[in-house]
Design a protein around this ligand. Structure first.
Ligand SMILES: [Fe+2]
Ligand SMILES: [Fe+2]
Length: 210
């Protein structure tokens, strides 16, 4: 391994550690993803759409959490803007938005949510799942922004990376505001451990963002 490769690997590891994630994405993923841009952009488009929907649901389910409503209302607009940015990129490249696919990664995370607790407990579970999806998306956008061969796409993905990093922080901060630092810390560790398992269990696919 050359010094540059070694350095790059160290940087990737730092990127993951900054987000708290336990497992870095397999470096072969970027190569797989760029083999079929129509597929990865389609999946990405629906991820953005689902992110907007998740924020709308939180507002509908917890209208009484005034601070949360105030801080995530603009995120709905931002995520919808991301969806439109992906659509525009596809159009520019003459690519067609495909159908929505089963999201195994998100489904597995949802299965891990604790059921049957209080309304507050359910909110914590939802916020942590949102935070985790943002963190993993951010890690993957970072890889695309560094290693995809098309320079225009590197810039494109860099903007998503920055934005999703902010969302990750916001969801964690909201969780702490409503459930307290200690509770968030310990449950977050459980989520991180489960997320690493899910990443290992799922097949590495270039047509999926996660
Ligand atoms: Fe987004
Ligand atoms: Fe986001």
């Amino acid at each position: 391994m050359t010094d540059t490769e070694l350095l790059t690997q160290e940087q990737d590891l730092r990127g993951v550690q900054m987000l708290g994630l336990q497992l870095p994405t397999d470096p072969r993923w970027v190569n797989l993803a760029e083999m079929d841009l129509e597929e990865i952009l389609t999946d990405h488009a629906y991820c953005e759409q689902k992110a907007a929907t998740a924020c709308i649901s939180l507002i509908q389910q917890y209208p009484d959490k005034t601070e949360m409503v105030k801080s995530i209302a603009p995120i709905v607009t931002e995520e919808w803007g991301h969806f439109r940015a992906v659509l525009a990129e596809m159009e520019k490249r003459g690519l067609q938005l495909g159908r929505q696919r089963k999201d195994e990664y998100v489904n597995e995370l949802l299965k891990f949510q604790k059921k049957g607790g209080s309304r507050e407990d359910a909110l914590l579970e939802k916020l942590l799942v949102c935070a985790l999806i943002e963190a993993r998306s951010c890690e993957r956008f970072r890889l695309l922004s560094l290693y995809i061969s098309d320079p225009a796409l590197r810039d494109f993905y860099h903007r998503f990376m920055v934005s999703e990093a902010g969302h990750y922080r916001l969801f964690i901060d909201l969780a702490k505001a409503y459930s307290g630092e200690e509770k968030v810390k310990s449950r977050w560790q459980e989520y991180l451990a489960r997320e690493a398992e899910i990443m290992q269990e799922l097949e590495l696919r270039g047509d999926r963002m996660h």
